[in-house]
Design a protein around this ligand. Structure first.
Ligand code: URA
Length: 425
C-alpha cells in the first residue's frame, strides 16, 4: 500500500486513529530519512493535541523498537533488572542504586543519556570522575554485568534509533510533554535493552515533566501496561519532585553525595528513595530474604561502586573536580526554608551544570549545594545555599532563578512526602 506523510498527519490532525500500517510506515520512513523533520514535527504535534489510544501507543512503541537492534546479554547467572527515572533536580539515585541492587544479588544494565535542560544526566555526573568512560561495547557491558553486576553507560546508537531522532526533534518543537510520546520513547529503549524487570520512578511536581499526580499516574499506568504487554515485568513508583532530591544539584556535587549514601550516610530522602526502588527491583528479580536498607546502611554496596567505576577506567578514590568560584546565599529573615525544585534546577543549570544544546559541554564542579533541608527552620543571616561555578558571570542569572522559588517563609511548611503512590500490573 502506498502511504503519504500528509495522509498520516491529517488523520491524526482530524482526531482519527492511526492504523498499524500507518504507524509502521511513518516511523520506518522517518528513520530512513524519507519523512522529513517538519512532517514528523507536525505529526508529533497532532499526537500531542489529539492523543493515541492504547493500541496505537503499543504499535508506535513496537515500531520504535523495530527501528533498531534488540540487545540480549544471555544468561549471566543473575536476574537482570533496571530502573528508569523520568528525571528530576538532584536525582542522582541511579548512582547508589545500581551498586546496591548488584550487592543484593541482581544485575543492573543501566543504559543512560545525557542531561538536557534543567534536569541532569547520569552520564554527565559520572564523567566528573577522573578517567571514567561512558561508551562501552556490548561485549564490555556483558562482561561487566557478569563480573561486577552493575553497569551505567551510554546507550548504543543502534537501540531504538527512531526515538533518538524523534526525541531530538520533540525537544525543539514543543512536543515533549505528550504522554503517548514519552511512554513510547522510554519504553521502546527499555524493552530493546533486553532486561527482564524494570522499575519506573515517575516524578511529580515543579521540577518534573509531569506537574500533577493525575498526569504522573496516567504516564505510569501507560508505561507499566506497555512493559507488561511486551513481557517485561514492570512496576512504577510516583515520587515527589517539588523540592530537590538531597542537598546536592550538579555533576561532581551529586557524585560526592552518592558516595556518602553508599558509605551508609547521606540525606534521608536520597536513602529512602534508593531503598524503595531497590525493594521493587529485587521483587521483580525474584530476590527475597535480603533487606536493601541494611545492605546500604552497612556500606556493603560501596565496594561494588568502586569496582563499577574502576571497570570503566575511573578512579573512585581520585578527588572530584571543584568549581573555581563559590558564593553563599544567606537567609534575609528568620522562618522556614523553602526550595522549589525547578528554581534550584534552573539555577544549577545556569551556573554551568547543565547544557542548553546537545553539543554544549557541562562544568563538572558547577551546581547548587543546599546547606539545610527544605522545610527546616532558619535564622536571619544563616547560610542557606552555596552556588558553585567556574564562570562567576553566571551567578547573577542563577540568583534570578532562585528568586522565583527559594525563599524564607513566615509560616512553618514541612517537606512533602517523597513516596506518592505505586502502579503495578
Ligand atoms: N525521557 C525519554 O527518554 N523520552 C521522553 O520522551 C521523555 C523523557
Amino acid at each position: 500500500m502506498s502511504m503519504s506523510a500528509v495522509d498520516v498527519i491529517t488523520t491524526k490532525r482530524d482526531g482519527g486513529r492511526l492504523s498499524d500500517a500507518q504507524i509502521d510506515w511513518a516511523l520506518a520512513a522517518y528513520t530512513a530519512g524519507d519523512v522529513a523533520d517538519e512532517q514528523m514535527a507536525a505529526l508529533a504535534m497532532a499526537i500531542l493535541l489529539n492523543g493515541m489510544d492504547a493500541a496505537e501507543i503499543a504499535r508506535w512503541t513496537q515500531a520504535m523498537i523495530d527501528s533498531g537492534d534488540t540487545l540480549s546479554f544471555g544468561d549471566i547467572g543473575r536476574p537482570l533488572v533496571d530502573k528508569h527515572s523520568t528525571g528530576g533536580v538532584g536525582d542522582k539515585v541511579t548512582l547508589p542504586l545500581a551498586p546496591l541492587v548488584a550487592a543484593c544479588g541482581a544485575a543492573v544494565p543501566q543504559l543512560s543519556g545525557r542531561g538536557l535542560g534543567h534536569t541532569g544526566g547520569t552520564l554527565d555526573k559520572l564523567e566528573s570522575i577522573p578517567g571514567w568512560r561512558a561508551s562501552l561495547t556490548l561485549e564490555e557491558i556483558a562482561a561487566q554485568l557478569a563480573d561486577v553486576g552493575a553497569v551505567i553507560c551510554a546507550t548504543t546508537p543502534t537501540l531504538a534509533p527512531a526515538d533518538r531522532k524523534l526525541y531530538a526533534l520533540r525537544d525543539v518543537t514543543g512536543t515533549v510533554e505528550s504522554i503517548p510520546l514519552i511512554a513510547s520513547s522510554i519504553m521502546s529503549k527499555k524493552i530493546a535493552e533486553g532486561t527482564s524487570g524494570l522499575v519506573l520512578d515517575v516524578k511529580v511536581g515543579s521540577g518534573a515533566f509531569m506537574k500533577t499526580p493525575q498526569r504522573a499516574r496516567e504516564l505510569a499506568e501507560t508505561m507499566v501496561r506497555l512493559g507488561c504487554d511486551h513481557g517485561l515485568a514492570t512496576a512504577a513508583l510516583l515520587t515527589d519532585m517539588s523540592v530537590p532530591l538531597g542537598r546536592a544539584v550538579g555533576n561532581a556535587l551529586e557524585v560526592a553525595e552518592s558516595v556518602e549514601v553508599l558509605r551508609g550516610g547521606g540525606p534521608a530522602d536520597v536513602v529512602e528513595l534508593t531503598v524503595a526502588l531497590a525493594r521493587e527491583m529485587l521483587a521483580l528479580g525474584g530476590i527475597t530474604g535480603v533487606d536493601p536498607a541494611e545492605v546500604l546502611a552497612s556500606g556493603a554496596a560501596y565496594p561494588v561502586w568502586e569496582a563499577m567505576i574502576a571497570a570503566q577506567g575511573g578512579d573512585p578514590s581520585a578527588p572530584l573536580p571543584v568549581a573555581a568560584h563559590v558564593e553563599t546565599v544567606t537567609a534575609d529573615r528568620s522562618g522556614t526554608f523553602a526550595a522549589d525544585a525547578l528554581a534550584v534546577g534552573v539555577a544549577a543549570w545556569r551556573l554551568g551544570a547543565g547544557r542548553a544544546r546537545k553539543e554544549d559541554a557541562v562544568q563538572a564542579g558547577a551546581g547548587v549545594l543546599l546547606l539545610t533541608d527544605p522545610g527546616a527552620p532558619v535564622e536571619a543571616g544563616q547560610p542557606l545555599l552555596e552556588l558553585h561555578t567556574d564562570t562567576p558571570g553566571a551567578v547573577a542569572g542563577a540568583r534570578a532563578a532562585l528568586d522565583t522559588g527559594v525563599r524564607v517563609l513566615g509560616e512553618p511548611a514541612g517537606r512533602p512526602p517523597l513516596l506518592l503512590g505505586a502502579v503495578q500490573r
